[in-house]
Design a protein around this ligand. Structure first.
Ligand SMILES: *Cc1c(COP(=O)(O)O)cnc(C)c1O
Length: 461
């Protein structure tokens, strides 16, 4: 299987090179040349299997060129062994036809662990085999950084630098990034917001001299391996509710569009999904695009669901690629308009294609809080603010098809918002109860990408 760029002008790569490269050299994002499909019988045969077995069957067609079946099974087993729940992604019921998919039982309490734990294993395996090493730089609104630190700390062949917006992540998120003490991981607190961090990261990838010099690799959700790992829980949850003989819909709290794009891939692979619903907080660029056709960036307004405080939604480019009929030139033209003017208008045809698959909703700060309160009172579930955004939008789209809303983080990761809404201070699970006693280690850096590059070079020297 070959992977190609959404902008149509970068070399096609195999899975391993796609994973180690991250962003394509034409600025685009990698996608499989053709999306593998699973038959109704294949899907039915997965009912009742463990998460790991489902993961293997769903992902193997994408990686077969680089990993033997036995190797891949072994890496999956290692990736999920550290989760705090044997089902990995358990489903609980919120209402007659509304279900919550708990994706927060991994080591850093957010859904990012599903992908990061696996790609930590895949990177290590691939690099050991080739004897090479890489520098990973990641931008984070909080959860990607902590998940990456956890997955890559102590690996010989990887140096990891995480860029996070100074003062704009929760204390638990910050501590998860600043307390790992392995010498190969570095937390950089950037003056700016998430978009500053993500913009700097893209500039590093587009500086080919720097990119080649440090052997730059990326683990943001622009990395296709991340998206792939997230396809699995769409299958596992839908199977629990009767797929393929019964359709389901999903509501997904969305920022960078990585998680919900994984749902789109699951649907294209043959999983019967009716609707994929984008749930945004007040940073609602995706909701506005779905309402008006105009994709126009705005300034980020900090919210109580900070992991979704984003105005440039990178993975949306992948959805656009399919909406524009796999026309890389058309996508490249829209993306250069975006870079120059901060906006573009989705073509009528592409807009209709998007609306066939995606719906959307936006939730204000007050509504998010009210939803945390309501859910606790009516269901006993303590939701993190991101999951509350999802549940609120999910409630608005209930119908005959079972609705599965993704719970993207554990409430203890965002204790202030949860306490304000409910009066309860959510406790960290016992395995990380000493987080507030550990020493912190971080480096402040300006929002100028040249300063960041200098710092990376200095640490590698
Ligand atoms: C990253 C994150 C999101 C947004 O996911 P995307 O893939 O960027 O859309 C939502 N909730 C939490 C808790 C997150 O960490």
């Amino acid at each position: 299987m070959k992977y190609i760029s959404t902008r149509g002008a970068a070399p096609a790569l195999n899975f391993e090179d796609t994973m180690l490269t991250g962003l394509a050299r034409d600025g685009g994002l990698y996608l499989p040349e053709t999306i593998p499909s699973l038959s109704v019988d294949d899907i039915r045969a997965m009912r009742g299997l463990s998460y790991e077995e489902i993961a293997h069957r769903v992902m193997y067609p994408f990686v077969a060129e680089n990993f033997s079946e036995a190797e891949f099974a072994d890496l999956i087993a290692k990736a999920y062994a550290g989760f705090g729940h044997v089902a990995r992604a358990p489903l609980v019921q919120l209402g007659a036809n509304h279900f919550l998919l708990e994706l927060f039982h991994g080591p850093t309490l957010a859904f990012k662990d599903f992908a990061m734990q696996l790609i930590g294993q895949l990177f290590e395996h691939a690099l050991k085999r080739s004897g090479k090493s890489v520098t990973i730089v990641g931008a984070t609104s909080g959860d990607t950084g902590s998940a990456a630190m956890e997955a890559f700390q102590g690996l010989d062949a990887v140096n990891l630098f995480i860029l996070y917006p100074h003062g704009r992540v929760s204390e638990v998120q910050r501590r998860q990034m600043t307390t790992p003490d392995a010498s190969n991981v570095h937390a950089l607190a950037v003056d700016g917001d998430f978009d500053t961090c993500q913009g700097a990261l893209k500039d590093m990838f587009n500086d080919f001299t720097f990119r080649d010099e440090v052997r730059l690799a990326g683990v943001n959700s622009i990395n296709f391996a991340r998206v792939l790992a997230q396809v699995v829980y769409y299958f596992s949850s839908a199977l629990s509710l009767g797929a393929p003989d019964r359709s389901v819909s999903f509501t997904v709290p969305t920022g960078n569009f990585g998680d919900i794009f994984a749902g789109y891939l699951a649907k294209r692979m043959g999983l019967p999904i009716d609707d994929l619903i984008i749930a945004t907080n007040q940073n609602d660029i995706l909701h506005r695009t779905m309402e008006t056709r105009a994709y126009a960036t705005d300034t980020v307004i900090p919210s109580i669901s900070p992991s979704m405080d984003i105005q440039v939604s990178s993975n949306f480019e992948r959805a656009l690629y399919y909406a524009y009929g796999e026309d890389g030139d058309a996508v490249a033209a829209e993306m250069s308009a975006l870079k120059e003017t901060g906006k573009f208008e989705v073509s009528q045809g592409a807009y209709e294609a998007l609306r066939e698959t995606f719906k959307s909703g936006r939730v204000s700060e007050d509504e998010t809080s009210a939803e945390i309160t309501r859910a606790l009172k009516e269901t006993g579930e303590l939701l993190c603010p991101h999951s509350a955004v999802g549940v609120r939008v999910g409630e608005q789209h209930l119908g005959a098809t079972p609705m599965i809303t993704l719970a993207t983080a554990h409430p203890a990761k965002f204790p202030d918002a949860v306490k304000a809404a409910t009066g309860h201070h959510p406790d960290l699970p016992p395995r990380m109860a000493d987080l507030f006693e550990r020493d912190e280690r971080l480096t402040r850096v300006s929002g100028d990408v040249e300063d960041m590059k200098a710092l990376v070079r200095e640490r590698l020297a």
